[in-house]
Each structure stands twice: as C-alpha cells, then as structure tokens.
Design a protein around this ligand. Structure first.
Ligand code: ADP
Length: 159
C-alpha cells in the first residue's frame, strides 16, 4: 500500500491544506493527516479539536485518516509504515526551510518528501493569517471549511 503523510499544525485546517490533502488522496492509496503537537507553540485549538475539524472536513475522502504525533515525523512514518511526506509549497519563502527539513529527513531516516505546489487560489493562505484576520472581524468564510468557521468565531468570541 502506498501510504503518505501530510504533517502540520493545522491550527486550524484551511482550504489550502484541504486542497493539498485531496490532491494527495488522488495519487496515493492512503493519506494520513498528522497533527503535530508542539508544546512550545501556543495553539488556538487543542490537538483533539484540530483532529476533529480535519476529520469532519475530509469525511468524504475515504482514503484519508487523521492522527496526531509528537516528536519526529520520521519516527511517525516508521511506526505507521509511511514512505513519504507530502508538503504544500506556497511561495519561495517556504522553500529554504522545507528543503532543509526534507534533506534532513532523507539523510537520517530515508524518508522521502514530495512537494506539491499550492493552488494559486490559496497561495496567500496560512492558518496564522486566517486567525489574525478573523480576530479583527475579517470575513474568512471562503478560506476555511464551514465547521472551522463556526469554531473559529466561537473561540474568538470567548477570548
Ligand atoms: P500553516 O500554519 O503555515 O498554515 P501548517 O504547519 O499547518 O502551516 O502546514 C502544514 C503544511 O501545509 C505545510 O507543508 C504547508 O506548507 C502546507 N500549507 C499550508 N497552507 C497551505 C496553502 N495555502 N497551500 C498549500 N500548502 C499549504
């Protein structure tokens, strides 16, 4: 089985992420979306909430499942029999860091990284920009799936 992983913070998942996930799902037998737990980063949503929102947004994609991990993505790959990481590239600014990570992961663990170019519709889109825009009353309804929009508005109105 050709199984790949799409790792990220997904705080929260956006239409840009979903575009990459659904395109990867057309190319591989199974896509595991792995929510990264980073204790040094303050997130708006808990890992469980992020997993649930991704699961809801990908429920029509039969070969996509959602999980979470802490530590090295290459260890997650080994434990889940995953041979490659799929990453979305938005702009040249993503490239330097992503290339370094990819080379590290290949040299240390033999795990390949495959880059998919962003859909130009979502090239400017990031979770942090969505949060910032929404926090100040901006309309992000075309940028995130409906359940994310609901949760985002609820969470921001609490804070
Ligand atoms: P961010 O917080 O920047 O949205 P994540 O860590 O959640 O990022 O992103 C996980 C992966 O999704 C990364 O490979 C990132 O490049 C990719 N990604 C994020 N947003 C987009 C987008 N709009 N188009 C394509 N890929 C994206």
């Amino acid at each position: 089985m050709r199984r790949v992983v799409c790792p990220g913070s997904f705080d929260p998942v956006t239409n840009g992420h979903l575009d990459i996930i659904s395109r990867a799902a057309q190319l591989y037998d199974e896509v595991v979306v792995a929510v990264m737990l980073n204790p040094n980063k303050t997130a708006l949503f808990t890992a469980a909430e992020r997993v649930e929102l991704i699961a809801e947004a990908t429920k029509k994609l039969d070969n996509v499942r959602v999980d979470q991990f802490e530590g090295l993505i290459v260890d997650f790959c080994r434990d889940n029999d995953i041979s490659a990481i799929v990453k979305g590239l938005r702009a040249v600014s993503d490239f330097d860091y992503e290339m370094q990570m990819a080379q590290m992961n290949y040299s240390q663990a033999g795990v390949e990284t495959l880059f998919m170019t962003t859909n130009p519709l979502y090239a400017f889109l990031s979770s942090s920009l969505v949060k910032e825009f929404a926090r100040f009353g901006g309309d992000v309804s075309g940028l995130v799936p409906a359940p994310v929009l609901d949760q985002l508005n609820r969470r921001l109105s609490e804070s």
